[in-house]
Design a protein around this ligand. Structure first.
Ligand code: ARG
Length: 474
């Protein structure tokens, strides 16, 4: 047991207590961030004259070596240490003796862990955003290729009106675009540095919190030391944004599973993204889509867990908060994995245009347009609705579509119909006349595609990165 405390204790910690309390098995995930934070801390201490410049240089050098050795696999992070902070500090002291013991001057593990978690998740917000953006690129490619691929649009899972595949994909484009905005918002709100908050009440040393915050790429320091060590809202916001991404992916997966079924046959998932059955030789299953849909529950669970953990914690730091880590790491890794796999599956999926168009031809998806035709010829909409309703009933009796009725049959139901009705209710016309901004008509769609392209060309991460000052190597 290597602990950073023990002076006031007369007994060894019980072995089970030690293990129950330890976090090294999971907080080693941010060893890099722990070292990065320590480096910024000692640079600031030296700048303020709290450490000698030479002491700072030796500490930074030793920390660099520790990191390199961990990365090379020559220094192992073992559970003999309570947490990653103890591991780094103990290793530093082993190398530098008394100088190493100065690292923790003016710092507590409470502000340290708050910093490490923020540094780690801040980066993960950017990684997740890149993966969502990759998905948007694939969506845009499909949109560009399928502005004329007609498919049924559904409400209540009943065929409603014809749309295009580009339009359907465009709906998801908007959802994932908002997901990126949510990530950006979180990033901007979380990007303030808790280092220097100490255990809860700051320190008596003349720390320059502005300076260490800037070194670490934050907009600035946080403004209340008690809040700094006990704020986990940004993780709750992140888990909420991740849950929303999963909800979107899950809906999309549900549609792909339906579309890939024998009944629909709108798409075919690539062999590389499908799996077989151990007993039924004919099977090709959409397991990836099902797993992404299934994993959504796990991410929602993380959000609920953390909300519940946080709800009764008095200020300031309490050990309950250690529970924020495993679930957040798991949620982030799950979402990143799902995004990666989903994008690959979508990118390689085949779309059966003929099946989609044939399906759009059934279910009277052009009924609204037949009514609109009558309206354009002077019939009030409510009457037109009734006439087309009767038309549909006739079709159901004769087992045919509206455009399969003869002109005489159409006129019998309403003399307002003229020869050009067939053209007016062809699927192509139905789609392409829907030119309101955001609609499926080809021109409207092309207008939106141009906007989406412009949007994808702009990089918010670059803008944020520009605001960061490079850490000095002092
Ligand atoms: N492992 C702890 C956590 O994750 C680090 C902070 C420990 N602080 C303390 N006062 N025991 O929250």
């Amino acid at each position: 047991m290597a602990q950073l405390w023990g002076g006031r204790f007369t007994k060894e910690t019980d072995e089970l207590v030690y293990r129950f309390n330890a976090s090294i098995s999971f907080d080693q995930k941010f060893y890099k961030q722990d070292i990065e934070g320590s480096m910024a801390h000692v640079c600031m201490l030296a700048k303020q004259g709290i450490l000698e410049k030479e002491e700072m240089q030796r500490i930074v050098k030793a920390l660099t070596e520790i990191q390199q050795e961990v990365e090379a696999g020559t220094l192992e992070i073992t559970d003999e240490y309570e947490d990653i902070h103890s591991f780094v500090e103990a290793n530093l002291i082993e190398r530098l003796g008394d100088i190493g013991k100065k690292l923790h001057t003016g710092r507590s593990r409470n502000d340290q862990v708050a910093l490490d978690m923020k540094l780690y998740t801040r980066l993960e917000v950017l990684f997740t955003d890149v993966l969502v953006k990759d998905l948007l690129k694939v969506l845009l490619r499909i949109m560009e290729e399928h502005t004329e691929t007609i498919m049924p649009g559904f409400t209540h899972l009943q065929k409603a009106q014809p749309v295009t595949l580009a339009h359907h994909m465009g709906a998801y484009f908007e959802m994932f675009k908002r997901d990126r905005l949510r990530l950006k918002d979180i990033y901007v709100r979380m990007n303030y540095c808790p280092l220097g908050a100490g255990a809860l009440a700051g320190t008596t040393y003349p720390l320059d919190r502005e300076y260490s915050a800037k070194l670490l790429g934050f907009y600035g320091p946080t403004l209340n030391s008690m809040d700094s060590v006990s704020d986990r809202d940004y993780l709750i916001e992140l888990l909420s944004a991740l849950s929303t991404i999963m909800m979107h992916l899950s809906r999309f997966c549900e549609e792909i599973i339906l579309w890939n079924s024998n009944e629909y046959q709108f798409v075919e998932i690539d062999d590389a993204y499908s799996t077989g059955s151990s007993i039924m030789p004919q099977k090709k299953n959409p397991d990836i889509a099902e797993l992404v849909r299934g994993k959504t529950g796990r991410v929602y669970g993380a959000l609920m867990s953390l909300l519940t953990t946080m709800k009764g914690i008095p200020l300031a730091y309490n050990k309950d908060m250690q529970e924020d880590k495993e679930l957040t790491f798991d949620a982030i890794d799950t979402v990143k994995g799902c995004l990666l796999l989903f994008t690959g599956m979508l990118d390689t999926m085949k779309f059966h245009k003929d099946r989609m168009e044939k399906s759009a031809g059934g279910g009277f998806t052009n009924a609204t347009d037949a009514a609109d035709y009558l309206v354009n010829h002077g019939v009030p909409f409510r009457d037109a609705h009734g006439i087309v309703g009767r038309l549909v009933l006739t079709c159901i009796e004769k087992n045919c579509t509206i455009d399969e009725l003869s002109f005489a049959e159409l006129q019998e139901i309403s003399p307002v119909f003229e020869e050009d009705i067939y053209e007016a209710i062809s699927l192509k016309t139905c789609v392409n006349k829907r030119l309101t901004l955001g609609g499926p008509g080809k021109e409207a769609m092309e207008q939106v595609i141009a906007l989406e392209k412009e949007y994808l060309a702009a990089e918010w991460q670059d803008e944020e990165a520009k605001k960061w000052k490079q850490p000095s190597n002092g």
